[in-house]
Design a protein around this ligand. Structure first.
Ligand code: 5IU
Length: 273
């Protein structure tokens, strides 16, 4: 497992170019925090991104919950990602046949491939969904090829999630089959021990993003289940994702700093620093 290595070591050896960038950003900003900016207007989203930008590695969006999505949204996000050196992760959770997800990813109303570095998908439709998204992002005429990557949604944090067992192990299989596009997983733990029918490459180093991180709550009334930054990182998370714990706090900037500090300390403890 590579989880005992530093982010900068992983940045120099990682087989995937976007993963290298991700680890460089984490190291430069001393942050493994992804904020899930689940607000519903462009103004709120861009304000949050600008205020929290210095303390986060990744901004996660649900762009389809904005009531006023448009050019100002994507131009604003792109400019703030440059200004504060963070990556954008659109949590669209593609889950359809290959032909459809290509159209949902590239073009369409949301133009996700234009502005989002990271996307995710469920593998419920089978291997074809990974192949289809990889094909779009790695087409010779696609302008952002080396700056796009996929996280496979291998597990979910909600109560009674069915993303377990054979589904989770197929997630590892597909990640191993498309290593130049798949960065890793959204999961609640490292998947290194999960059985897979595909042999691991010697340089394999999947990045783990863990959602459902909250310092002051155990869950919500709709089945969300939380853990702390320490717990998530101890179980193998490389990046912790927090939504309401940060943006709904009385002072979101203070909260972001607190998650940043705790996330970073847990990482240092893991690498033995
Ligand atoms: N999210 C989860 N659990 C998952 C996956 C995604 O909570 O298993 I995959 C999303 C949903 C929301 C954010 O956008 O992460 C968590 O927000 P809160 O920290 O506010 O619960």
């Amino acid at each position: 497992s590579k989880s005992q290595l530093t982010y900068s070591a992983r940045a120099t050896t990682h087989p995937n170019l976007l993963a290298r960038k991700l680890f460089q950003v984490a190291e430069a900003k001393k942050s493994n925090v992804t904020v899930s900016a689940d607000v519903t207007t462009t103004k709120e989203l861009l304000d949050l991104a600008d205020r929290l930008g210095p303390y986060i590695a990744v901004l996660k969006t649900h762009i389809d919950i904005l009531s006023d999505f448009g050019e100002a949204t994507t131009e604003g996000l792109k400019a703030l990602a440059e200004k504060h050196n963070f990556l954008i992760f659109e949590d669209r959770k593609f889950v359809d046949i290959g032909n459809t997800v290509q159209k949902q990813y590239h073009g369409g109303t949301l133009r996700i491939s234009e502005w989002s570095h990271i996307i995710n998908c469920s593998i419920l439709p089978g291997e074809g969904i990974v192949e289809a998204l990889a094909q779009t992002a790695q087409a010779p005429d696609f302008p952002h090829g080396s700056e796009r990557g996929l996280l496979i949604l291998a597990e979910m944090t909600s109560k009674g999630s069915l993303a377990t067992g054979a589904y989770t192990s197929a997630s590892v299989d597909y990640a191993r089959k498309y290593p130049s596009f798949v960065l890793g997983f959204v999961s609640t733990r490292s998947l290194n021990e999960v059985e897979s029918s595909v042999k691991a490459a010697s340089d394999e180093d999947f990045v783990v993003f863990t959602t459902g991180v909250n310092l002051s709550s155990k869950g919500d009334k709709l089945g969300q289940q939380y853990q702390t930054p320490q717990s998530a990182i101890g179980r193998g998370a490389d990046f912790i994702i927090a939504g309401r714990g940060i943006y709904a706090a009385p002072d979101p900037v203070e909260a972001a700093k607190q998650y940043q500090q705790q996330g970073w300390e847990a990482y240092l403890a893991r690498i033995g620093g």
